[in-house]
Write a protein that binds this ligand. Structure first.
Ligand code: TPP
Length: 327
């Protein structure tokens, strides 16, 4: 189904919101306000935004560490102020079962992030089985980097999801680099989508810089899952603009990464691409674009202010009591 004008604007606005939140986090780090690390997702926003903008609240989402999941969790409803509070070590960021990098809020269908990459796959399939038994047509989405699709847990999970036609969606956020290793060295084929065919799972490759293309393929997969037709695999080709984590040396196999390649991908920035299309279609004007930009900037400034105003946790027992959950 074609997107309405409002839906297109929502996708565009979400891209801008995610970029501004990413920038807020990078700024806090580079100005020495926080001393953690951040795996920036700059340039990869269209994957999470395209995949998650129209999920239902009761759908489940298992995101990865890239961009500390903000292109997925912010879009599924986790407030920016909570995500920032977690990074700033504040109490609302680590209590009430809510946390940014660890991304858990069961009320929003975000069960948490696995620091052991690939730990999500079997959990997602378990939740897929639960969703199927519940019969409410919920879907369970996993979004992981391409490197993580080398884990055995993915293959074990695919067999079960495919055989039992579970409502799972496996999204490969292929940013071409795993840590400091180019993808070509860790995978024998050009397309990770090929991994689906061996399991009889429909699979597609999509331009991960094009939020509308990502949304279209993911929506088709969601519709299949809700119609009890089983899982799908979608590979989104994108590119990591920043180093693996902000502040780390930006190397590939021990050598500095070439700036030329980064510049080529910057030209296909997902926000610029979406902007160009929506201006051409007459969906947005330059004034609208500036308004959206200003709105997102205000949202993140306010979130930043509230996060810093939040108290630090003092009682470890209270944190443990609030941060653990069971369902
Ligand atoms: C099981 C496991 N192995 C290794 C790591 C260390 N590690 C953290 S991020 C990362 C790179 C993962 O690459 P990819 O899945 O492609 O995601 P990207 O960082 O490119 O977004 C690695 C190896 C980990 N967290 N878990």
């Amino acid at each position: 189904m074609d997107l309405t004008k409002e839906q297109k604007i929502r996708l565009y606005t979400n891209l801008v919101r995610v970029r501004k939140l990413d920038e807020t986090m990078v700024k806090a780090l580079l100005t020495g306000k926080i001393s953690t690390f951040f795996h920036s997702g700059e340039g990869q926003e269209a994957v999470g935004v395209g995949a998650c903008s129209f999920l239902r609240e009761d759908d489940y989402l298992f995101p990865s560490h890239r961009g500390h999941a903000i292109s997925k969790t912010l879009i599924k409803g986790l407030p920016a102020r909570i995500i920032l509070a977690e990074h700033y070590g504040r109490i609302t960021g680590c209590c009430d079962g809510v946390s940014g990098f660890h991304t858990c809020d069961m009320k929003l269908g975000i069960p948490g992030m696995s620091g052991t990459l690939g730990g999500h796959f079997p959990l997602a399939v378990g939740m897929g089985l639960a969703a199927q038994l519940r019969g409410k047509k919920q879907v369970v989405m996993v979004i992981e980097g391409e490197g993580t699709y080398a884990r055995g847990t993915f293959h074990e999970s695919m067999i079960m999801a495919a055989t039992w036609k579970l409502p799972n969606l496996f999204i490969v956020e292929n940013n071409q680099i795993m840590g400091n290793t180019p993808v070509k060295i860790i995978h024998p084929k050009d397309d990770f989508a090929d991994l689906g065919f061996g399991y009889g799972v429909p699979a597609k490759v999509v331009d991960g810089q094009d939020v509308f293309a990502v949304h279209k393929e993911v929506q088709t997969a969601i519709d299949r899952a809700r119609a009890d037709e089983g899982p799908s695999l979608i590979e989104c080709k994108t590119y990591r603009i920043q180093p693996h984590a902000v502040g780390l040396p930006d190397t590939l196999l021990g050598r500095p990464r070439t700036q030329e390649e980064i510049e080529v991908w910057r030209k296909r920035d997902p926000i610029k691409l979406a902007q160009k299309r929506l201006l051409k279609e007459g969906v947005l004007t330059q004034v609208d674009i500036e308004k959206i930009d200003g709105g997102a900037a205000n949202e993140m400034e306010e979130a930043d202010r509230l996060a810093w105003a939040d108290p630090m946790p003092t009682d470890p027992k209270e944190i443990l009591k609030k941060a653990l959950y069971a369902e």
